[in-house]
Design a protein around this ligand. Structure first.
Ligand code: SAH
Ligand code: DHB
Ligand code: MG
Length: 222
């Protein structure tokens, strides 16, 4: 068996044992496929992981960058509970439209605001509006701007807030300092900042599974 095949087989097993994906989550992924969105949402066990982190952090307010079809958004919206709120930022209005349908079907539309536009602009607007701090930030939009997103996230959080970054390993490509891939450079700048910013305590983990070989970074604001 090729490595990717066995990773997927194990993910299927883990999901079967541990992750209750309901009809709304399955439908969210399927509508994304139907409408031609890329199949790059988090895996079910990764969605459950994000939801657990949110619950452990007692998160009531979540900020997500990169909505796609709203698959991870549904996990996070459920984790914050009926009185919680998720702000999710999406550049592509067609993605936002699909996500809105998926969130409504999952019955979390009222606790989620989809902000459509470039994340840098939306974050700048949020910082200027003096919005209440977020308890959890999930960075999953374009990777070139990850370090800038981290800096802005620090202005939108408080001591104890959690910041999670997706796709920081990129099938190992992240170790190439001379890479001309903006996503690699962005992930490297993000990881360097996480490791060197006195305002943060952080680590990163490689992952394998149905989404291939990648990784999450996780940080707590001091
Ligand atoms: N979090 C989603 C997957 C997000 S995929 C999930 O796990 O279900 C990345 C998304 O980020 C895509 O929908 C893409 O359109 C969006 N994106 C890319 N560049 C962006 C930017 N500059 N600002 C906001 N969103 C962006
Ligand atoms: C890509 C983006 C993601 O957020 C992800 O989890 C996987 C792939 C991409 O842009 O290719
Ligand atoms: Mg991702």
């Amino acid at each position: 068996m090729a490595a990717d095949d066995v990773w997927t087989t194990v993910d299927d097993y883990l999901v079967g044992e541990l992750v209750a994906e309901d009809e709304a989550l399955v439908a969210a992924r399927e509508l994304g496929r139907e409408r031609g969105l890329p199949p790059i949402e988090v895996a079910p066990n990764q969605g459950a992981f994000l939801a657990l982190v949110a619950r452990m952090a007692g998160a009531r307010r979540v900020l997500e960058l990169g909505t796609l079809a709203g698959y991870s958004t549904i996990w996070l919206a459920r984790a914050v509970g009926a009185h919680g709120h998720v702000t999710t930022v999406e550049l592509d209005p067609r993605h936002a439209e699909v996500a809105q349908e998926n969130l409504a079907r999952a019955d979390v539309g009222e606790r989620v605001e989809i902000a459509v536009g470039p994340a840098l602009d939306v974050l700048a607007r949020l910082t200027e509006s003096g919005t209440e701090p977020y308890d959890l930030v999930f960075l999953d939009a374009d990777k070139a701007n990850m370090a800038a997103y981290l800096e802005l996230a620090l202005r939108l959080t408080r001591s104890g807030s959690v910041i999670v970054g997706d796709n920081v390993v990129r099938r190992g490509a992240v170790v190439d300092p001379s890479s001309d891939d903006p996503s690699v450079q962005g992930s490297r700048a993000f990881l360097h900042a996480l490791g060197n910013d006195p305002r943060l305590e952080a680590t990163a983990l490689q992952t394998v599974g149905s989404k291939g070989w990648d990784g999450f970074a996780i940080a707590r604001v001091r």
